[in-house]
Design a protein around this ligand. Structure first.
Ligand code: PLP
Length: 396
């Protein structure tokens, strides 16, 4: 039988980590007793039903090529992002086979030079992978040198940090070299001006997004030749990671044409386009997301705290109490268990109970951390049962 650390590192061995970047979300296929995936940051409500049906229906047209202009799905998404003035912005929007395709596309199209991540302790790794394979020099987050290509994941996966639009604009001003590129990536979750004042459940999420900052983006390009790209992964908010859906908003029409020229044709398939065209109309799903995510998230933290307390007690050291990170509106919790051994045991036990969580070790190199997705309470019961066994054994 594999040791705890082997199981944690390999995630069933599907990633060739010599050449691929590790991601969560693979365990479920290998668990006979699978109940729920806590290792990915997808929406706890599951896949929106009408959109799923539209995707299934579109499989019947699989003997035809998907539309080369990505329509009508692209216009529908533009209307979702800019309900008031989508037609002005539509030409700068391009869809991709998940955000991952677009991350790589934009990185390849940027002039060679240095690369820097956002200011967070650690952030989603695909940007760095793409920068490295493109031969860029990697700067550390703390480096004050402005970089040629800067990628900020905001809100940040996995740490849950967030900059509001004012802070973000300052950060871009200070950290990007003239003539540089900046990519902002966020799940299209609601974006907060301030953690304590505004839950992500607010339908005002557009106002705090760079997508509402046309003048700022145009000014950066005209005065400093800084190109700002905004990338969205749609596979999390609409829980459709297997379908692959992402988009990029380019700074100008000309930038978008450069990407179109590089992008392989038909990269978004017919079921994914049909799904997108339908899902943007599902206002009830968004309302429910805003209503339930932060509530369930807070409940999970409350349920984990006694476990953390009992571990600290058993260790006779309150330094071992877990630290819970991330804004309240997010669909996951980034947890420092303060001990690699405890983090490994949680990952192992959760996986054995059919409710895998994400270890902070592979990829993120934070071995004392785990990332736990927000899920509905009945699924959290199973996770808590798995960890209760751990609690008892620790006490024995
Ligand atoms: C911040 C961030 N950006 C992009 C992606 C990639 O998403 P996609 O499934 O759309 O390729 C992820 C996936 O976890 C992510 O966390």
């Amino acid at each position: 039988m594999a040791s705890v650390s082997e199981t944690v590192q390999n995630d069933s061995g599907v990633w060739d980590t010599r050449v691929q970047q590790f991601h969560g979300g693979q365990d479920w296929r290998f668990l006979d007793n699978f109940v729920e995936d806590f290792s990915v940051t997808t929406n706890a409500l599951g896949t929106p039903k009408a959109a799923l049906e539209a995707a299934k229906e579109a499989v019947n047209t699989c003997h035809h090529y998907p539309p080369a202009d990505q329509e009508p799905a692209k216009t529908s998404l533009a209307q979702f992002i800019w309900p008031d003035d989508y037609s002005v912005n539509h030409g700068r929007l391009l869809l991709g086979n998940g955000a991952s395709e677009l991350i790589d596309l934009v990185t390849r199209s940027a002039p060679l030079g240095t690369w820097k991540p956002g200011p967070w302790d650690v952030q989603y790794k695909e940007y760095e992978r793409s920068a490295e394979t493109n031969g860029r020099a990697i700067l550390q987050p703390q480096d004050t040198t402005p970089a040629n290509l800067t990628c900020i994941v905001n809100p940040c996966n996995p740490t849950g940090d967030y900059k509001n639009i004012i802070e973000l604009k300052h950060w871009i001003d200070d950290n990007v070299a003239d003539g540089g590129f900046v990519i902002q990536n966020f799940f299209y979750f609601g974006i907060l001006k301030d953690e304590s004042m505004q839950p992500w459940l607010s339908p005002d999420f557009r106002a705090d997004s760079l997508t509402s900052q046309n003048e700022f983006i145009a000014m950066l390009y005209q005065t400093r030749r800084i190109s700002v790209y905004i990338i969205h992964s749609w596979t999390k908010i609409w829980s459709c990671t297997g379908l692959r859906l992402g988009s990029v908003v380019c700074p100008t029409l000309a930038h978008c044409e450069v990407l179109k020229k590089l992008q392989v044709p038909w990269s978004v398939n017919s079921p994914a386009l049909a799904f997108l065209n339908e899902v943007v109309k599902d206002a009830a799903y968004m309302e429910q997301t805003w209503e339930l995510t932060s509530k369930w998230r807070a409940e999970i933290i409350e349920r984990l705290k006694p476990l953390s307390d009992s571990i600290a007690q058993a260790m006779n050291d309150e330094e071992f109490a877990w630290k819970f990170y991330g804004k309240s509106f997010l669909s996951w919790i980034w947890i420092d268990t303060k001990s690699k051994s405890i983090a490994d045991q949680v990952v192992f036990r959760a996986r054995a109970a059919g409710v895998p969580v994400r270890s902070g070790s592979p990829g993120y190199n934070r071995p004392t951390y785990i990332r736990v997705a927000v899920r509905e309470p009945s699924k959290v019961d199973v996770l808590m049962d798995a960890l209760r066994a751990f609690e008892l054994e620790e006490e024995e």
